[in-house]
Design a protein around this ligand. Structure first.
Ligand code: SF4
Length: 291
């Protein structure tokens, strides 16, 4: 049996039965926190909040990650397939609108086991940085109702600068194209099936944002586009002076106007006022709730 992990495009080859890979994860699933999230897109958080499960570790590792504390380390509690399935049930009982799996791509084999234990009765949302292999997404596809992929970088130079990976767009574009094919369905205001492609505008990166918007428009997919202006300086940005400020109203307007010019109508716009650390979950161990 293959023991070297090649689950994600990093292909670091770690034997996760004895060590952590470049994503910071070994074979034990670690969940940093879970709970009801009121600040996702309105059709995801809906009335009672999205039942969000934050997994520890990450294969992409953006320097400005707003979940930096949990994306870099094997933080949080250990779970096996049965106890992960118990989290799904618990969130359902709390009234969650859906089960929202955040950055879980390095745990896909364990997720498949958890879904065989228990398939939630509410929609399952797959919330990803999109640095994914297509065959891994395809294996998970039958368990996912709503895709929530980020489309972060177009330029290999920018993705290399902020993640160390110049091939981000190569993988993410294929992954998002696959996820964005899904037709959207709603139950009232709540999305129960479909895809929302998110893009976060970064300081000094508006030209890259325009290329992503154009790329998305050219897909002509049934997916929604969510333009996010919430960038908040976070993470390990000491050596990245351009990342030490929020985006300006002018940067936001430039990208937003281009979204309109491209005729993208299935759209969520996150206002600049959302750029506040109060909207970032509190990952300290001593609080039970996300905010
Ligand atoms: S999922 Fe983690 S261990 Fe596996 S190849 Fe990617 S970075 Fe390496």
């Amino acid at each position: 049996m293959e023991t070297k992990c090649r689950l994600c495009p990093v292909e670091c080859g770690a034997d996760r039965s004895i060590q952590c890979g470049a994503c910071g994860a070994d074979n034990t699933v670690r969940v940093a926190k879970y709970g009801l999230h009121p600040f996702e897109e309105p059709c995801i958080s809906a009335k009672y909040g999205s039942g969000t499960v934050f997994f520890s570790g990450c294969a992409l590792r953006c320097v400005f990650c707003q979940n930096y504390k949990i994306s870099r380390a094997a933080a949080g509690e250990a779970y096996d397939a049965k106890s992960l399935a118990r989290i799904f049930r618990e969130l359902e009982e709390q009234g969650a609108e859906n089960i929202n799996l955040v950055t879980a791509s390095h745990y896909v084999p364990q997720l498949l086991q958890a879904f065989r234990e228990y398939k939630p009765k509410i929609p399952v949302v797959y919330n990803t940085h999109s640095y994914e292999k297509l065959e891994v997404l395809q294996a998970l596809d039958k368990y996912i109702d709503v895709y929530l992929p980020d489309m972060k970088y177009f330029s290999p130079k920018i993705s290399a600068r902020y993640t160390g990976k110049s091939n981000y767009f190569e993988y993410a574009s294929r992954a998002v194209e696959f996820m964005a094919r899904r037709e959207c369905e709603f139950d009232g205001e709540k999305m129960v099936r479909g895809c929302i492609v998110r893009h976060l505008i970064l300081p000094l990166c508006t030209d890259d944002s325009l290329k992503i918007v154009q790329w998305f428009a050219d897909l002509r997919s049934p997916a929604y586009f969510s333009l996010m202006g919430q960038y908040t300086p976070c993470g390990d940005i000491e050596n990245f002076p351009e990342l030490k400020r929020r985006i300006t109203p002018r940067e936001y307007k430039k990208v937003r106007d281009f979204v309109f010019d491209c005729g993208i109508e299935r759209l969520f716009l996150q206002k600049l006022e959302a750029a506040d650390s109060r909207f970032i979950p509190d990952f300290s161990a001593d609080t039970k709730t996300l905010f």
